[in-house]
Design a protein around this ligand. Structure first.
Ligand SMILES: C[S@@+](CC[C@H](N)C(=O)[O-])C[C@H]1O[C@@H](n2cnc3c(N)ncnc32)[C@H](O)[C@@H]1O
Length: 462
């Protein structure tokens, strides 16, 4: 019986072995690994073995700088000289990378006679005489993926790069289904990742943000976050909706923080998904502080803030060479004193741009206050509602007409208001003529009155 099986295996031959390698990851910590060859390839192999915790002996008459540095640092032992059979004493694994095929053959033959696996740098994975080879590897955190592809190393590398992209972009399902051990995750505690989700369109979140979502067990989400991404979550991911809308009682900030801490203390990976950037009028720093105070590890993934992206989506650069050299991002939710208004009016006089978030309901006071402090009543104003979403609508006016135009057009939150010369560069949504502004002379032609039925402007939404 044994003889027949051996005969069949022999008939299948080496080509079959190469097509069906036996994948294995080795724990080499504390085990002897020998590298023969001191050039860049040997150095790379040695470095990987050192990272894996192996007890590395490198044998070579000469060695490159990296090997010398590792030897000086005590990471490996370098025996300077030609290799000899006794170098392989006690080795669990041998890499040979001398650059000389005959020497590599001799090292491999010696290793094979000792039943020790030997990887030869001068042979590829497709070489029938090679009995062990290193795959293309991608690592991300605790995930290690090895690729071999029919004896074609460049194909392996290309596939490896594709897998890396999938991992880094969150396109691959990274979520853990077994709670991490203490060894892997600092005492088995969960962690909180504050993710700025961008201004609304799901494609405007960062790769890091997507990856965090792909790993999440719990997602605590705001109303203005890119909620389409929630559809991609596994069915058993807990979604805690703390979305705040004018007709919806907001979840108190302390309660949001309590949920974050509670879930993380249960060992879960929590993503706090916010609109825009969590640190721009997003209370992200408060949430991070609350989590850290409870001993929770917090990561922060910045997002594309609506303050910059929404004007851009409407055609407005918030700075523009020769026109606007500064930009102030402000909340329109607060009542401003005369001094603050005077300062803001002076900024617009110097060509600065004001970007106002949460400013729809107080627009009349803000516009009148700026004008009272000397701002040009003909200064262009653009109001961009639901930017970066299919409902995006841009309304243009001047400082003098903005409040009345906003009311007649029914402008409502969420909206970004841009005040300054650059607002004249907006692409208004049809039914609204562009105010004609010559950026060199600052002359503005006021837009005509607006027809649509009036709707009340709504409170800004946090
Ligand atoms: C509490 S602030 C949060 C800002 C957010 N952290 C950011 O960086 O974009 C909410 C305000 O942002 C603005 N906003 C957010 N997303 C918007 C969007 N897609 N279109 C227009 N305005 C938006 C509105 O002014 C809204 O009232």
């Amino acid at each position: 019986m044994v003889t027949e099986r051996n005969t069949a295996a022999t008939r299948r031959g080496h080509a079959r072995d190469v097509d069906h390698p036996y994948p294995l990851h080795l724990d080499l910590s504390g085990r002897r690994a020998v590298v023969v060859g001191g050039g860049p390839v040997g150095a790379r192999r040695a470095r990987e073995l050192v990272s894996a915790g192996a007890d590395v002996l490198l044998v070579a008459p000469q060695a490159c700088e990296e090997v010398v540095a590792m030897a000086d640092a005590g990471d490996l032992a370098w025996r300077q000289g030609r290799w000899c059979a006794t170098d392989l004493d006690g080795a669990w694994l041998v890499h040979t990378a001398t650059g000389d095929a005959r020497t590599d053959d001799a090292v491999a033959a010696e290793a094979t006679s000792r039943r020790t696996w030997c990887v030869r740098a001068s042979r590829t994975e497709g070489d029938a005489r090679t009995r062990a080879w290193t795959p293309a590897v991608v690592r991300q955190d605790d995930v290690v993926i090895s690729v071999t592809a029919g004896g074609d190393p460049r194909r392996s590398a290309a596939l490896r790069d594709g897998v890396r992209l999938g991992l880094s972009s969150g396109a691959l399902p990274l979520r853990r289904h077994r709670r991490p051990s203490a060894d892997h995750d600092r005492g088995g505690l969960g962690r909180v990742t504050l993710v700025g989700g961008g201004p609304g369109d799901a494609s405007l979140i960062t790769l890091a943000g997507r990856r965090a979502l792909a790993e999440a067990d719990v997602v605590v989400v705001d109303r203005l976050a890119p909620r389409a991404l929630l559809d991609e979550l596994d069915a058993d991911v807990e979604v805690v909706d703390v979305g705040k809308a004018p007709d919806h009682h907001p979840v108190p900030q302390r309660e949001i923080e309590r949920v974050l801490v509670d879930r993380a203390l249960r060992g879960l990976r929590v993503v706090r998904l916010k609109g825009g950037d969590g640190y721009v009028f997003g209370r992200g720093a408060e949430e991070a502080a609350a989590c850290r105070a409870a001993g929770i590890t917090v990561d922060v993934v910045p997002g594309i803030t609506s303050a910059l992206a929404v004007p851009a989506a409407a055609g407005i650069p918030v700075t523009h060479r020769g026109v606007a050299r500064s930009v102030t991002v402000m909340t329109g939710h607060e009542v401003l004193g005369d001094d603050e208004l005077l300062d803001l009016a002076a900024q617009t006089a110097r060509g600065g741009t004001l970007v106002v978030l949460m400013g729809v309901s107080r627009l009349p006071e803000l516009a009148a206050g700026l004008a009272a402090q000397g701002a040009d009543p003909d200064l262009p104003v653009a109001l961009v509602e639901s930017g970066c979403t299919p409902e995006q609508r841009t309304t243009t006016a001047t400082l003098a007409t903005a409040a009345q135009v906003a009311q007649s057009r029914g402008v409502r939150a969420p909206a970004v208001i841009v005040i300054g010369l650059v607002a004249a560069m907006a692409h208004p949504t049809p039914q609204q003529p562009t105010p004609v502004v010559d950026l060199r002379t600052r002359a503005t032609t006021r837009p005509p009155a607006h027809a649509p039925a009036p709707e009340p402007a709504q409170e800004p939404v946090r």
